[in-house]
Design a protein around this ligand. Structure first.
Ligand code: NDP
Length: 328
């Protein structure tokens, strides 16, 4: 793995993660075939991206299957990789979703079978489950760690209060609390990451694996004038993508695209693409442990990794310019 990748500690732990990682939502197991999944993961791995994120719900399990196949084809040592998956939406049965002890244990066993792995490095609670007692959730994640199915556990889209409660319960029981949170964070979506979580980064040594750093591609500028037919917003039959596509024509969507146009001018001046500027901006935040990127083809990964060269160019003057455009 000869590369210039930066590796950061995932919160207050000894686990190092690449500052850019790669996830399979929308793409692997659905938008692209399993060979393209491999091509993307191989390109990423060769550039130092050794962390891959998936979830039991992605393409109803097919993402884990295809990414698991690709992991085998990488022909590297398991210890060279950091693999993460997420549990919450496992199926249609009454016990197939949520964070009961039953679903956490059964769900993780099923994920591991699809991935063809003995363990994942981090297992996430994909969403909070306010119907299941926090003690049950904390005990179940500790149990799967004790069994060797996972090394750490984390939350995704939990509030600061829920993360705090999990730590309080874990401390009372002398168990391990969530090491990291997986929140959305990008130039257009900042509030929770920058304000609400602020006290808990230090209090609990919280690491973060942030998602949708390009706001699903909007920050690349590819949607400024139309919807390219080979982009995720052109996928038919996916209601979420169709909603996101439609949202671009609302007043808010039009205003966002105008901001992307203005950001493109800064990017060009710095010798960067808009995608690289948006990723570099995320990497610059020291509370970010890893930026989970998405890619439907290897060329995007090659472009996105070059964002690391742009980070030093984000001086306080440039950041101020960006802030003036974002206005959030
Ligand atoms: P991004 O916001 O980075 O969007 C990625 C998509 O943007 C790509 O699939 C591609 O789509 C397009 N793209 C990427 N790079 C470029 C480029 N250089 N030029 C042009 N287009 C580009 O991230 P995602 O929304 O995919 O999220 C990343 C990961 O985060 C997911 O895979 C998943 O692992 C995780 N995630 C977690 C969630 C959670 O609830 N915990 C929720 C959502 C995601 P295309 O080619 O089709 O246009």
């Amino acid at each position: 793995m000869a590369n210039n990748m930066e590796y950061r500690y995932l919160g207050r732990s000894g686990l190092k993660v690449p500052v850019l990682s790669l996830g399979g939502w929308i793409t692997y197991g659905s938008q692209v075939n399993n060979d393209m999944t491999f091509q993307c993961m191989k390109t990423a791995f060769d550039l130092g991206i050794n962390m891959f994120d998936t979830a039991e719900v992605y393409a109803t399990g097919q993402s884990e299957i295809d990414m698991g196949e690709a992991i085998k084809r990488l022909e590297c040592k398991r210890s060279d990789l950091v693999i993460t998956t997420k549990l919450y939406w496992g199926g249609k049965g009454p016990n197939d979703r949520g964070l009961s002890r039953k679903h956490i244990i059964e769900g993780l066993r099923a994920s591991l079978a699809r991935l063809q792995l003995e363990y994942v490095d981090v297992v996430f609670a994909h969403r909070p489950d306010t119907d299941t007692p926090m003690e049950e959730i904390v005990r179940a994640f500790n149990w799967v760690i004790d069994q060797g199915y996972a090394f750490y556990w984390g939350s995704s889209e939990w509030s600061s209060q829920q993360i705090t409660e999990a730590h309080m319960v874990a401390q009372r029981l002398n168990l391990i609390g969530p090491l990291c949170e997986q929140p959305q964070y990008n130039m257009f979506h900042r509030e929770r990451f920058e304000k609400e979580y602020q006290p808990i980064y230090k209090n609990f040594g919280l690491g973060t694996t942030i998602w949708s750093p390009l706001a699903s591609g909007i920050l690349t500028g590819k949607y400024n004038n139309s919807i390219p037919s080979d982009s995720r917003f052109a996928i038919s039959g996916n209601s979420l993508m169709e909603r996101m596509r439609t949202s671009l024509s609302t007043d808010e969507g039009v205003a966002k695209l105008e901001k992307v146009r203005q950001l493109s001018v800064i990017a060009e001046r710095l010798g960067a693409t808009p995608a690289q500027l948006a990723l570099a901006w995320c990497v610059k935040n020291p509370n970010v442990s890893t930026v989970i990127t998405g890619a439907s083809r290897p060329s995007q990964i090659v472009e996105n990794v070059r964002a690391l060269q742009i980070v030093p160019k984000l001086t306080s003057e440039v950041i101020a310019e960006i802030e003036a455009i974002l206005g959030n």
